[in-house]
Design a protein. Structure first.
Length: 442
């Protein structure tokens, strides 16, 4: 019996169009737009000036505090502007504009680093490199990775879970990375085990990625401490709380973290970035991005430099089809529609989804029929219909009492609603107001 989480969940069409498409390298962009806030927490502080020359991997914005992260120049070039630009979530953020030059043939560009398996540094130095090189969670949350590893002495950690689930439809960046960089990921897991002083790690992979499961089982055969957990295909199994419940049957507290049940969770992309930082002193300068859609000429997976305009990715797959309704950063369930394609790729950009007119059409919203389907599929055990009504009526205090902040915004409720009610839209809005009220109280 394949493992999964017991509460809620849905089975949307997978549409993994690019699962068998090897990762290609996107051509070097002429200009990159590098936001200084690409992580949860305090934005980084700019340390370069207009007209300054920068080298590949140079720190251009320093961490603004403990929960923050360094930002590095993804390419060599000249800082042409310190500007405001709309990010993938639709907010204006400060960014550093760099016009690239001809120095981009250095080791940071396209040279493949040899596999380095020996771990020769101590846990304190591992954390320092992860912090110095700007590693954040690449599964979407973009939480600074060094913070996750700062475990207090009185907190007992007995298991590291590696998230290779990638349950969001269409996206295949993690899948391809597991197929092409499995050995490096395993070294990255051992680095994290060493840093956390744990002897057990489990890689969770959904059963629709049998090739990745087979590769990791083969590579871990006879090696102690690292196990593979094949999981039932169910959305949103990639959520930390759902994944911990599925693999270990431990219930993370409502307002708690996996740490509270002795677990640390890291995404496979993050683990690969940690491997590069620790073993090769390489900052987080690029990531794998899936560019996909049913009407695209050539949907693909790319290595993309941070700050690359999304228009470059669209051009690389044949351009925008005529009947395109929207372009989404992320997947169809949790992604955000973009205002335009000038938005840059950031550390948290896992995919770009081009959706056609017929796919994007929403049904006309109708009155709630009290069917309870949204309650049945909610993986957090909430009442989405109630949270929407409270948010719509401005009853934010009551929404807080009904645990609106517990919502993980997976979109399962909106997906199953027979009345086509915009449940997630209102809940997201209610959450944003609720967070402000909660912060004021705190």
């Amino acid at each position: 019996m394949l493992k999964t989480f017991p509460k809620g969940g849905i089975h949307p069409p997978e549409n993994k169009l690019t699962s068998s498409t090897p990762i290609k390298r996107l051509p070097t962009p002429k200009v990159v737009y590098v936001p200084i806030s690409q992580h949860i927490g305090i934005p980084a502080e700019i340390v370069v000036e207009v007209k300054q020359k920068v080298e590949i991997g140079q720190v251009i914005a320093k961490s603004g505090g403990f929960v923050s992260s360094n930002i590095h120049a993804p390419l060599a070039g000249t800082v042409t502007k310190l500007d405001m630009i709309v990010d993938t979530k639709g907010y204006k953020k400060q960014c550093i504009v760099i016009r690239t030059d001809d120095k981009n043939e250095s080791n940071f560009q396209e040279v493949e680093f040899p596999l380095k398996e020996d771990i020769t540094i101590e846990p304190e130095e591992i954390l320092k490199r992860i912090s110095d090189y700007g590693i954040v969670g690449l599964g979407g949350a973009t939480f600074p990775s060094h913070v996750k590893l700062q475990v207090k002495n009185d907190t007992r950690i007995d298991c590291l879970i590696i998230n290779g689930v990638e349950c969001e439809p269409y996206l295949t960046s993690d899948h391809r990375l597991m197929l092409e960089k499995a050995e490096e990921i395993l070294v990255g897991i051992r680095i994290l085990m060493h840093a956390l002083h744990v002897k057990r790690a489990i890689i969770g992979i959904e059963n629709n990625k049998k090739d990745a499961i087979d590769i990791f089982k083969k590579l871990t055969n006879g090696k102690s401490g690292i196990q593979i957990a094949a999981l039932q295909v169910k959305y949103p199994q990639g959520g930390e709380k759902q994944l911990v419940r599925a693999i270990l049957k431990r219930e993370v507290p409502k307002n708690g973290l996996p740490l509270d049940v002795g677990v640390v969770v890291h995404n496979v992309g993050t683990v690969f970035a940690i491997y590069q930082a620790v073993q090769h002193n390489r900052p987080l300068l690029e990531r794998v991005v899936t560019v996909t859609g049913k009407k695209l000429q050539n949907p693909s997976n790319f290595w993309v430099k941070i700050g690359t305009p999304i228009s470059n990715l669209i051009d690389a797959v044949g351009g925008v089809p005529e009947d395109t309704r929207k372009i989404v950063s992320g997947g169809p369930m949790m992604g955000k529609a973009l205002k335009n394609t000038d938005v840059p790729v950031t550390k948290g950009t896992s995919g770009i989804l081009v959706i056609s007119e017929d796919e994007a059409s929403r049904g006309e919203p109708k009155n709630c029929i009290r069917c309870g389907e949204c309650v049945d599929v909610c993986p957090m055990g909430l009442e989405p219909h109630l949270l929407m009504n409270l948010s719509e009526k401005g009853m934010y205090e009551k929404a807080l009492q009904e645990d609106i902040l517990t919502c993980i915004e997976c979109g399962s409720c909106s997906y199953v609603c027979p009345s086509h009610r915009p449940l997630l839209d209102y809940i997201r809005f209610g959450k944003s107001i609720g967070k402000q009220l909660h912060s004021k109280k705190a």
